[in-house]
Design a protein around this ligand. Structure first.
Ligand code: IMP
Ligand code: MG
Length: 183
């Protein structure tokens, strides 16, 4: 397994740029196969922004032409685990009634963040709310939700990169990694 050092942190590569690119194109095909109707893509900020940027371009190559709007949610955490309370920091502007919506998030862990967003958009009259996550960490699910599209199953480690942070650092890494030596 390759590792790099940034600011004194050793970060092991879990999913490489090439692994991610390949999987994203497959997911775009899976999404297209569901024949979405008037599709609105909603990345859940901040962690999903890199995944979403690559996924929408893969969706274009899969002949889809979605609209995009953004939602920013805060899920309050104790240490590195979700506490259960979710708050909308920035809402979408688009009307979702009678449309298919694809929610995009970085990680499905307790599932509370995504379940909250899905229920919210369903309550506003979305025809179908689909969910895509880059990573799923099994064993922590606390909400009744399953991702429709998933990039990879993730080891039960705190991961960074490809949009995901540890204390605001490492979002810029082009791969998903695991910090071997936190401070
Ligand atoms: P949950 O599914 O509501 O528990 O929360 C998932 C959210 O927690 C993700 O969208 C991430 O923002 C964050 N998260 C969970 N695990 C990690 C991790 O290993 N690294 C970075 N963020 C994480
Ligand atoms: Mg998040």
């Amino acid at each position: 397994m390759s590792a790099i050092t940034i600011d004194g942190h050793d970060i092991a590569v879990l999913f490489s740029e090439a692994d991610i690119a390949r999987r994203i194109q497959e997911i775009a095909g899976e999404i297209a196969a569901r024949k979405p109707h008037r599709l609105l893509v909603v990345p859940v900020l901040k962690g999903s922004f890199v995944f979403a940027a690559d996924l929408i371009r893969a969706m274009h190559r899969a002949q889809l032409s979605p609209e995009i709007d953004f939602m920013m949610l805060a899920s309050y955490r104790k240490g590195t685990r979700s506490s259960g309370r979710v708050e909308v920091l920035r809402d979408i502007e688009a009307d979702v009634s009678e449309r298919d919506v694809l929610l995009i998030d970085d990680i499905l862990e307790s599932g509370r963040t995504l379940a909250y967003a899905k229920d919210l958009l369903a309550a506003r009259g979305a025809k179908r709310v689909l969910t895509a996550v880059l990573l799923e960490k099994p064993g922590h699910l606390a909400a009744n939700i399953e991702a429709d599209f998933r990039g990879f199953v993730c080891p039960d480690k705190f991961v960074v990169g490809y949009g995901m942070d540890m204390a605001h650092q490492f979002r810029e890494l082009p791969f998903v990694g695991h910090v071997l030596r936190p401070d």
